[in-house]
Design a protein around this ligand. Sequence first.
Ligand code: FES
Length: 172
Amino acid sequence: MKCYRLVDVGRREFLRGGLFGAAGAAAATVMPAASARAEGLARVSYPSNRLANIADLKVDEPVEIAYPDPDSPGVLLKLGKAVPGGVGPDGDIVAFSILCPHKGWLLTYNAGDRTLNCPGHYSRFDCEAGGQQTWGHATQNLPQFELRIDAQGDIYAEGVDELIYGRLSNVL
Ligand code: FES
């Protein structure tokens, strides 16, 4: 008798699962439309924000910045040699988010090997290679800010190449 009750419970659970399964299947059928809408929302318009002037920069002396808004800290660097994404007369000026892509700890710059380093779980990112991760727990490279320099030497950030930590979109 006891066994039969357990069988009944099992049947009820199975049926409940079946209903959820049917609901899941129904949800799956509407997914394409939902994801198409999400794709549209993922396109963002980046602001053009002045960060500094070329005259403010010295090789290996990081300048604190924020982009695309005050809640997204970053760093502006002059590396002294041409690098990917580098702008300016020497192609050596770059900017990165300093929020670690792993869990958002603040990165610090090491001029010795031109890396940004995480004190949380020791991820390292190469500033001479577009923010490529070279070690650690993070699962993406460091977001690099796209820069433009005008005729007066003013440096503007105008885009980001990876998702900034903690965001569903780079622009709030
Ligand atoms: Fe940077 Fe974990 S928060 S490696």
